[in-house]
Structure formats: C-alpha cells, structure tokens
Design a protein around this ligand. Structure first.
Ligand code: FES
Length: 140
C-alpha cells in the first residue's frame, strides 16, 4: 500500500455550538480530531495515513462525521460518531481500510462504533474513469 495515498478526513465543524451566528468554544469535531491526533502518535500508520481536519462534509445532522479516502479505493463516509468514544475505533477501522486493496470495509469486520452510521460508500474514481474512457475511445 506504500504507493497509494490515504487520508482520514474529520469534520471540524460537526457538533458546534452557535451563539448569535458565531461558533462558541471548540466543536465536537475539533475535539474528535484532537483525540485522533493524540492517539495517532503511537499508531503504526501515522506516517502513511494522515489525519486531516476539514470543514463540513454535508452530513451535519449526523455528527460527528469522518471519511476514509485513498486513490484507487472506495471512499467511505461515516456519521453518528460520539466525540468521546470513537477515536480508537476510527483508527482501528482506518487500519483495516489500509490493508484492503480496494478499501472495502464489510459490516462484520468493522469495529462496533462504525457498524452503524455509514453514510456513503463511493466507488473508486480510477476504476470507473478507466472503464468509461475505454467506452468512449474503443481504440485506447
Ligand atoms: S458540520 Fe460536519 S458534516 Fe456538516
């Protein structure tokens, strides 16, 4: 998997508290990101599977939200992750994702915290892009 780029996205705007149109304090997503970064200090994949905070992934009513993405793999979006109890399960699931050639994460193999709350499973871009290019240009 060394040649494939992986990334764990964490929504930092999830579970925000708003007052008069401004965010107050740190959001649940920021807290989850911090927990993941602290836990990842001792994670064997820390150098090959970066953790990236991002703003809203459009699943706001299902906070907290994270995503696993990699070139040539399925992309997964998970929600409903409690701030305080999810970090180790997320890294465990990220490790599973890393070891699979296509990134597939069957329900039965996922950690308990990620068995529910799956919001999207998006096919790998490169596979379908290649197939569609071949259809349009049969000689390629
Ligand atoms: S605020 Fe997290 S998905 Fe929108």
């Amino acid at each position: 998997m060394k040649d494939i780029q992986h990334i764990l996205f964490v929504c930092t705007t999830c579970a925000s508290v708003w007052l008069d149109g401004k965010r107050v304090g740190s959001s649940g997503g920021e807290q989850l990101l911090q927990q993941l970064q602290e836990l990842a200090i001792s994670w064997e994949l820390r150098w090959v599977f970066p953790i990236q905070g991002v703003e809203c992934m459009s699943a706001c009513n299902r906070s907290c939200v994270i995503a696993f993405a990699a070139s040539e793999k399925l992309t997964y979006l998970f929600g409903d992750l409690p701030v305080e109890e999810s970090a180790s399960a997320i890294l465990e699931c990220a490790s599973q994702y890393y070891t699979k050639c296509d990134g597939s994460l069957p329900w039965s193999e996922r950690p308990e915290a990620l068995k529910k709350g799956i919001l999207a499973k998006i096919p790998p871009l490169n596979k379908w892009a290649k197939l569609n290019i071949a259809k349009e240009h049969p000689s390629s």
